[in-house]
Design a protein around this ligand. Sequence first.
Ligand code: SER
Length: 586
Amino acid sequence: MKADEIRKRFLDFFVTNGHAAVASSSLVPSDPSVLLTTAGMQQFKPYYTGEVDAVRDFGAKSTASCQKSFRTSDIDEVGDERHLTFFEMLGNFSFGGYEKREAITLAFDFITKEMALPISYVTVFEGSHSTSSGQAVPRDEESAGIWKELGVTDVRYEGMEDVFWGPTGSSGPCGPTTEIYCKSGSGEDTEIWNVVFNQFFYNGSREDLLAGAVGKELKPLAQFGVDTGMGLERLVMVSQGTKTVFETDLFLPLITKLPTGTAERTARIFADHARAIAFLVSDGVRPMNKGAGYVLRRLMRRIIAQGMDGALFAGLTREIFKKYAVVYPELNEVVITGVFNDEYVKFQKTMAQGAKELGRMDAVTPQAAFKLFESYGLPYEAIKEMAPDKTASLTRADFDKEFEKHQAISRAGAEKKFGGHGLILDTGELKAGSEEELKKVTRLHTATHLLQQALRDVLGSEVEQRGSDITVERTRFDFSFARKVTAEELKKVEDIVNARVKEDLPMTFVEMPLVEAKKTGALYYFKEKYPDTVKVYYVGTTLASAYSKEFCGGPHVTHTSALGVFKIIKEEAVSQGIRRIRATVE
Ligand code: SER
């Protein structure tokens, strides 16, 4: 069955079963707490809470859609067998209409009858005793029972991390899910459909939920919600019996357009990124150095560095247009190729300067490669490609090491004394005497940001930084708070920080004018004198949804998993109304 047929069948099936078909919303969501649309339910968020009436707007309590979606968290993984940035998500939604039995039966019928696919197994929620405020969500026996009645005997229980969905953004509907697994052409069981029961509203982010953040709670929604999501590309892969999505009729026309001899990984990156670029540009995104525009620029520069040019891109855009313009009339071939070509010219200029420099070098050391990247914006792949002989011994790992080292040092914005005795880093706040120590204080520094936010979560916004001092042994953080912090509160703070570490959130920064930065709600230290342009470091995938954001010069780790186990050693008074915490990372 061709992808077009599957998309149509899905929508027809749900329309036949009383759903209103709703067009995809833009990839750029109206919800400011989310950078790009990541799921079909996003455009329906207010219908779950009852703020808006589905019957009035759609003529039915349930809807179905094929939603343009984009997941930035997967950008670096693209090139392997399964990851995509842009994808289409099929979904059916119910707002106070049907509940578990009908939702599961509809999914079962669509997969086993309409698609004639066998289900390998399903997962259901095992229950949780430790959600926020200690609320328990019971084990989902009801769903398990319904699946068994339908003849699906392999029902597996899983926990909060895997089968409890949402919320998207800084708050929203969420709830337990049941997931359907089918076999792909490689014989592997693949999760294809996520059926969510939006029974709750949570007043925090998903990170808060998993960490059990204080002051955040799951409130039962007045009406039962259903939100399902099934990636079209994966369903097509399972239906067409291919090993990867790249062999399906959604990708083959793009892959076959590429010059013979294009490496498999490169081909997948080209195909994925070309689709993503086409859809982002058609929804109004333009290459920029921040937000969604930055995501677009990254995609464009990555493929240009790997050899994509205007003609090849135009060829791919043609195929994309042929395949998708009927479903997505906003696709505009001329605009897509025009935006690409502009960025191409800009990037070529910086690359040409870099190439000249490269020409003057003998063997390219990791240090030299990094310099090319820093001065001319030449990514690692481009350097390798432009001078294969000179870069024969250059590895990605060495380049990354250089990159990290440099980030750590340059972001410090501090006096550095190399080559001699004494400190290689002294920002006033952070002190390190060697590369080893630098790594340790960098981890402690990121931990300190998480600590401040966790303290605010547990003790309230009365907590404000009053001082900080980081050595290789520990971080010492002073803050305003009227009384002793109890052992129980300290434990909560510790748990929150460790939950963030476990989530392996990215830590990065954006630079912006001081006035703008203040509007982001980022924390800053009132005693400090800040320049007109500041860096806002944040932990999370976007600034808007970040768990922690602070004005800061760095350095920081790039991902929270680098911190290790966070431990509070001591809490004491410094003076009236000022407390001090000492903590370590192991
Ligand atoms: N919102 C859920 C998901 O994105 C189901 O649609 O997986």
